[in-house]
Ligand binder design. Structure first.
Ligand code: SAH
Length: 340
């Protein structure tokens, strides 16, 4: 079976041409797919024979809602999706004044091994497909009835470890006949795979790159993020600087505040020093507690923020949404795995 929903419109056109179909059919099929039909029978303006042919040769496997939690405080919705092969991933719908944002996953699990993160505890099972990524946005919108204007790739998995899929996903959601979401409304978060950051820079996309830094010194970063052991903070920040030079886009640095690990005044000073020279924005994240992890949330978030600002670095503290539905990133999937 062919995964036509992961094809770009051009690829779909070529594929349908081989079946003897004119180009305008591809546009019709693509539009139907990204309107969220769940069967080929719903593609009512296609000839019956073509619908039949698609049913026999093409995949159409929308995710099922395995669990859904709605926050009474702020309307945040967490979805646990069951994919066609039985694996599950999470997405979160967050409501902001400037529009609704969907946070999506790009892999089933993760192999990066960050010590504070729930998504990586059981390793990576597999990469998602472009369609499985786009479907999280599409079916969050359909199920919730909420319009979606922004996407963040900050759910389960490492986007740059699934590079080609993520690029294709960006094409699909960006396309006017797809989800029609502008690049400037998309953020991609990475633990810092430098070669892939350099590769991404070459595409000159206008998305926002978020780099999960979490520590300004190698000793600390090596300890909490194994990915740092082969590269180091200095090389990572060099690659970030190149990224800015090539794309003109300011980089956002994520910094989860962990008690007694990365929240000392000297670390704020070092962070500020290392970020000089290119526009940067630091996003301080109150740590979400993960049961299996020894780390606790920092009590020094405000002081750390002040200290960065004294050095001229813009820093904001991420607002916590949906705290009444607990289960930070990756935890819903883990809970479901535990009960299965
Ligand atoms: N793999 C990508 C994207 C997924 S994680 C990355 O590393 O950026 C999205 C963000 O949540 C990352 O900044 C990650 O470090 C952070 N995160 C993971 N576990 C967390 C926790 N327990 N508390 C706060 N932030 C966490």
């Amino acid at each position: 079976m062919v995964d036509i929903k992961s094809m770009t419109p051009e690829e779909l056109t070529a594929w349908l041409k081989e079946l003897g179909e004119p180009a305008f059919r591809a546009r019709q099929v693509f539009q139907w797919l990204y309107r969220g039909v769940t069967s080929f029978a719903e593609m009512t303006d296609l000839p019956k024979a073509l619908r039949q042919k698609l049913e026999e040769t093409a995949l159409l496997t929308p995710p099922q809602v395995a669990r859904k939690q709605v926050s009474r405080e702020d309307g945040t919705i967490k979805y646990l999706w069951r994919l066609a092969d039985g694996n599950c991933v999470e997405s979160v719908l967050m409501r902001y004044q400037h529009g609704n944002t969907v946070c999506i996953s790009c892999q089933v699990g993760c192999r990066m091994g960050c010590a504070f993160c729930a998504s990586t505890l059981a390793g990576k099972v597999r990469d998602l497909t472009p369609a499985e990524m786009a479907d999280q946005v599409l079916f969050t919108r359909i199920d919730s009835g909420a319009p979606v204007s922004n996407i963040v790739l900050m759910g389960i998995g490492e986007p740059l470890d699934n590079f080609d899929t993520v690029l294709r996903f960006l094409t699909l959601v960006n396309h006017p006949d797809g989800l029609n979401i502008g690049m400037r409304h998309i953020s991609l978060s990475t633990c810092g795979l430098t070669e892939k950051i350099d590769k991404l820079a070459g595409y000159g996309l206008q998305l926002t790159l978020s780099v999960s830094l979490h520590a300004p010194d190698d000793e600390t970063r090596n300890r909490i993020m194994p990915v740092n052991r082969s590269v180091g903070v200095e090389k990572l920040l060099e690659s970030c600087r190149r990224y800015f030079e090539m794309t003109g886009r300011r980089i956002s640095y994520e910094y989860a505040m962990i008690d007694g690990v990365n929240d000392a005044p000297w670390q704020a000073d070092l962070l500020a020093r290392r970020l000089q020279g290119a526009p940067a924005h630091v996003n301080l994240i109150p740590l979400n507690e993960v049961e299996e992890s020894p780390f606790r949330p920092s009590r020094r978030v405000a002081a750390f923020q002040r200290r960065l600002e004294e050095h001229g670095i813009t820093a904001t503290v991420r607002r916590k949404l949906g705290s009444d539905i607990d289960a930070s990133c990756g935890q819903l999937r883990r809970k479901a795995m535990g009960e299965a």
